[in-house]
Design a protein around this ligand. Structure first.
Ligand code: TYD
Ligand code: MG
Length: 457
């Protein structure tokens, strides 16, 4: 017997009755009615199964990988596509998912053989035309314009490709379900069938997933748990460069990023990303600080900009692009309380130049020095770069991998590093501290502010 129930299309929460707002995720108008056959449940206890000691499990060979021959993409994947694994590629419309995956598909076809690109949104002609334009084409790259799950499964089983790209999971429909394409039950069922098949047949599977305005995967939050790796496209269409970030990866480091630039020939990888992010920096202006951060396993230099202006509002405004605005509010409060900067009467705007998004707390010190520099209208030394976490008492705390950060700085000719005292020892143990490197360390924000701005003048 079919039972009516209500499912949130945002987070897949199941409810007994309809509601205007989902009690689980808070989304409005996301609950819709669904008919689903009752799952067959075993009524009696199953018989016991054999268990295996972990040491007795055959490790077999190490996982096999197909290189996509796009260095930046391979890096995010942790060294290539793992056979039998499923990867979800999320991103807002028009950001470049189809472009990058078509490029990857052509490379995979050329180097690893038979690759299948399933398109549910564009016709095969459209994809081929784009392929011609960006020179992503190969004899072994097969196209299939199709939306029906059962047909796809049968085709994949016959073709036995080494990799399947499914663009997109939201357009895929199973004819066993009556719900519309893109609904949670469709997306979940289709993805689970495709993932299962990939595990059985051993091909690598890439699913494309759309993202809503607020950055969440449309509908299939559930998808993130089902796949082995989740990659997100960051950046906006206003900028030429795009960052692909691994937010989850069972076969490599999470948080890893790949940097690309969009051109009229598709996306191409940028190895030297720090140079790109600092390209338009006007050195010697106040409110600009170079931050040495770590994204995944890779050090990156970015410019943190601050603007401080007298407020016209009753409560001063805190606004941030590229860093968390709550963190900025907290940090400005620390400035106010711990070193007495009267920011209560000022709006503070923070921007990470070039559209990069920084999540690590090592950005704290850079944000605060940028605010101070803007407030005093005094630039920091042009050859200086900064990292360090700031606590609520105004203390500077050590951050991970100081050596990698300093090494990247030196490669870009920064000769002065401003950092927490607690990081200095590790740095000195490495061979990075040379007479040419000027190390300015402090225990507290107040001490750092004095150091930074006395040497500047
Ligand atoms: P697309 O890859 O189709 O994005 P998605 O699949 O994520 O929706 O589109 C990327 C955008 O990039 C599109 O607006 C056009 C642009 N573009 C280029 O600038 N150069 C190119 O070579 C290509 C193929 C697209
Ligand atoms: Mg697309």
């Amino acid at each position: 017997m079919a039972k009516t129930h209500y499912v949130c299309q945002n987070c897949a929460a199941e409810l007994g009755k309809w509601a205007g707002q989902c009690p689980e995720c808070g989304a409005w108008n996301s609950i819709s009615e669904q008919q689903q056959p009752l799952p067959a449940r075993a009524t009696s206890a199953s018989s016991a199964l054999d268990v295996t000691p972990i040491t007795a499990v055959q490790n077999g060979q190490r996982e096999q990988r197909y290189s996509t021959h796009i260095e930046e993409l391979d890096r995010v994947l942790g060294g290539g596509l793992v056979t039998g694994s499923a990867v979800l590629m999320g991103g807002s419309p028009g950001i470049g998912k189809s472009t990058l995956l078509l490029q990857a598909a052509a490379k995979l076809a050329a180097h690893s053989g038979n690759t299948l690109y399933i398109t549910g949104e564009e016709s095969a002609e459209q994809v081929a035309l784009r392929g011609q334009r960006i020179k992503a084409s190969d004899q072994q790259l097969q196209l299939l314009a199709c939306c029906e799950l059962e047909a796809m499964i049968a085709t994949i089983a016959r073709q036995k490709p080494c990799a399947v790209i499914m663009d997109s999971i939201q357009t895929t429909v199973s004819n066993r379900l009556s719900s519309a394409p893109g609904t949670v039950s469709q997306v979940r069922d289709c993805a689970s069938a495709l993932i299962q098949q990939a595990k059985q047949l051993g091909h690598a599977l890439i699913l494309v997933g759309h993202v809503t305005k607020d950055g969440a995967l449309a509908g299939p939050r559930v998808l993130e748990h089902m796949v082995d790796a989740v990659l997100y496209f960051e950046g906006d269409r206003g900028h030429a460069h795009r960052i692909v970030r691994a937010v989850k990866n069972r076969f490599g480091p999470a948080g890893e990023i790949g940097v690309f630039e969009m051109s009229d020939r598709g996306l191409h990888g940028i190895r030297d990303a720090s140079r790109l992010f600092l390209a338009e920096r006007h050195a010697d202006t106040s409110g600009s600080v170079v931050l040495a951060c770590i994204e995944g396993t890779r050090p990156l230099l970015v410019e943190v900009q601050a603007l401080v202006a007298k407020t016209v509002y009753a409560t001063p405004k805190r606004s941030a692009v590229g860093v968390d605005v709550n963190r900025v509010s907290m940090l400005t409060a620390v400035l106010e309380r711990r070193i007495g900067i009267p920011l209560a009467a000022h709006d503070v705007y923070i921007n990470v130049a070039g559209g990069a998004k920084i999540i690590e707390p090592a950005a704290d010190l850079a944000i605060l020095l940028a605010v101070l520099s803007a407030f005093y209208d005094r630039p920091l030394p042009v050859d200086g770069a900064v990292f360090g976490e700031v606590g609520l008492t105004g203390e500077l705390r050590a951050v991970a991998q100081p050596e990698a950060r300093v090494k990247e700085m030196q490669q870009l000719n920064f000769r002065r590093v401003l950092l927490p005292q607690a990081n200095v020892q590790r740095l000195q143990e490495s061979s990075l501290v040379t007479p040419g490197l000027h190390v300015q360390a402090a225990r507290s924000l107040a001490e750092m502010a004095r150091l930074a701005f006395t040497t500047a003048s």
